[in-house]
Every structure is written in C-alpha cells, then in structure tokens.
Design a protein around this ligand. Structure first.
Ligand code: SF4
Ligand code: SF4
Ligand code: SF4
Length: 328
C-alpha cells in the first residue's frame, strides 16, 4: 500500500498536467474546444479546473490496487456516457456539443476505415496513434468511448476458462476484410450512404456481441475478436516501453489471477511464460488479485511501483483530457 503523501502527490501531478494540456487548447485553438467556453466567455477555465480535479480524484482512487478495477470501470463509463450524451444532444440540434459539425459513425472501426476511405488521416486517427506512443494499449482500457460497454458487459460474470479459440485468426481475418472492403468502396466510388450503412451494420453486430456473447463469456469478446482497432492496439503497443510481467521468483502458478482479467490475457500458458498475453491492455485489474504480489509493471529500470505510478499518471491525465475534448 502506498503512503498517503505519495498518493496525494500523484494526484497533484495529474491535476497540474491536465491544466497544462487543456490550457494550451483553451488559449491556442480559435474555435473553442472546451464545451463551457462555447456557452459562457471564460467558462472554459472553470471546466478545465473541474476536469483536472476529476483526474486527480480518479488517480488517487486507482492507486490502491484493490480499487483499480472498480474505479477504472466507473471512470471509463463516465467518459462513454459524456461522449454519447454530447453526440445525442448534437444530433437533436444542439450543434455546440459537436466537435466540427461533421458527423461520422461513433464506432472505433472508423479510426481505420475513415482514413482508408477518404485517403487522408483524421484528427481521431492522429489522436489514437499518439496515445499508443504515449501509453501503449491504454486506448483499450480507459480512453476509447466504446470499449467501456464491453467491459461492463464482460464484468457481469467470471471469465470462462481457457483461451478464446482461433482468436488470432478471427482478428486478422476481420482486420484485412475491413481494409479490403473499404478499399473496394473507395475504388468503385460507392455512394457514401451505402458505405455508411455497411459500417453501421458492422457496429450493430458489435453491439449484439457485447450484449449476448461478452456477458455470457465474462470476457470482452467484442474488443478481443471483433474490433479491428483492438487488433492494431495489440500489435502496435510494443512501440511503447511500458510492460506487465509476472515475477517467476514469487509466482506459485496458482492461477488465481486468471479470473481477474476480462481481456483473456492471463491464461495458464501466459502465467507460465511470465507475462500476460498479447491482448493485455495494462489495465491493472489483476494486480491486487495476486496473493504473492507477483504481477508488476515495468518501465525500463524503474521500480515496479514507480512504473505503475507513471503509467497511471499518463493514462489518467489523458483520460481526463479526453473527457473534456472527446466528441464527434
Ligand atoms: S478494442 Fe475497439 S472497442 Fe474495444 S476498447 Fe479497443 S478500440 Fe475500443
Ligand atoms: S495469482 Fe499470483 S501467484 Fe498465482 S498464478 Fe497469478 S501471478 Fe502467480
Ligand atoms: S493481464 Fe492484468 S493488466 Fe493485463 S489486461 Fe489482464 S487484468 Fe489487465
């Protein structure tokens, strides 16, 4: 357990860092991106303070390993609710709640298929890539507006035993199918409405997977098998140096930690190999499940506890910033 002053100091760092990042947006971007600024002059500063306080509170709570999973779920859900509420308000005519007024389907697949279809990178894609560079897989544990739904659904039940069968084959088939289909749609200049309907169908199937399969399996089947962005995150996250490992000197191979992972990353083989599987998002839900404290964060030569603190600092700061800026 960390000492109180250490917990407070990390909260203060998050508070200041969020203020720094959002102040930059408030001062430099002409069309106000902080929502309150669009309604009240200088209101953006109050929102920045509120969001910074929120970030510092969440990081304070999440530093306690026993509460990480609970507060990760709460904060990720808050982000999703705020994101989709703003989208709904925008759709009902309150345009100030939209980012640019240019709508697109709110499914993560668009981060990939949007640029392939249009032939140019979008702000969303750049934002996504920068989070992978900064925090590795944190996009899929606390920053994506969609994955929280899969997390809630999967958390209703203990994860089913054993690895998901043919997961890698399914993931890559879907990834390449989506890229291929998007290129075909672009090549044949297929009407935007038809292309949007195809993407919407993909999103609706995803929602069914969340509701009916993830809930039954106790694993995030949508994120692990269906979403192509999850596949990209799984394999690009290694450009970031943060890692999770299982200390073989203390691990008793009891496999008790398996039931704490919704990401199918702590199966028997993963534990034996000394590191979680490829789908690990470094979410930290498993840290407190180990009676021997064998599951640890790694960042170069830093002590595991400091590496975890640094990871939380970066992830929660980004999470708070996204809360203020994330909308369509
Ligand atoms: S796998 Fe897809 S839906 Fe799930 S968190 Fe990652 S980007 Fe979001
Ligand atoms: S709970 Fe801890 S000791 Fe048991 S298998 Fe997992 S990491 Fe090893
Ligand atoms: S192994 Fe641990 S940190 Fe990795 S995804 Fe599973 S619960 Fe999260």
């Amino acid at each position: 357990m960390q000492s109180s002053w250490k917990k407070y100091s990390l909260s203060v760092y998050v508070f200041l860092f969020v203020i720094f990042l959002l102040s930059f947006v408030q001062l430099k971007v002409e069309n106000p991106m902080i929502i309150l600024e669009r309604f009240v002059k200088n209101g953006g500063w109050f929102e920045i303070l509120a969001v910074a306080f929120y970030g510092s509170f969440i990081v304070y709570k999440m530093q306690d390993p026993g509460k990480t999973a609970k507060w990760r779920m709460i904060s990720w859900t808050v982000f999703t609710v705020v994101f989709f509420s703003q989208l709904l308000l925008g759709l009902f005519g309150f345009e100030k709640f939209l980012m640019t007024g240019k709508l697109h389907l709110p499914i993560p697949m668009m981060i990939l298929s949007g640029p392939v279809y249009r032939g140019e990178l979008s702000i969303m894609t750049l934002l996504f890539l920068s989070t992978v560079i900064l925090t590795g897989p944190a996009w899929c544990s606390q920053l994506c507006y969609f994955g929280a739904l899969d997390n809630i659904s999967a958390s209703k039940k203990k994860p089913a035993k054993g690895k998901i069968k043919n997961r890698t084959a399914i993931k890559f088939t879907l990834l390449f199918l989506i890229i291929f289909l998007t290129i075909v749609l672009r090549w044949f200049k297929v009407d935007l409405l038809v292309s949007t309907l195809i993407a919407a169908f993909f999103g609706i199937v995803g929602v069914f997977i969340i509701i009916f399969i993830s809930a039954r399996q106790g694993k995030m089947i949508h994120c692990l098998s269906w979403c192509p962005i999850g596949t990209i995150v799984n394999y690009t996250r290694f450009i970031n140096p943060f890692r999770m490992y299982i200390d073989s000197t203390s691990c008793t191979l009891c496999n008790l930690c398996t039931s704490s992972c919704n990401y199918d990353a702590l199966n028997r083989e993963d534990i034996k190999s000394g590191k979680p599987g490829i789908s690990c998002t470094l979410c930290g839900d498993c840290v407190s499940s180990c009676h021997a404290s064998s599951i640890k964060y790694k960042f170069f030569k830093m002590k595991p506890e400091s590496a975890r603190g640094l990871y939380l600092f970066l992830t929660i700061s980004l999470h708070a910033v996204f809360l203020a800026l994330g909308r369509i």
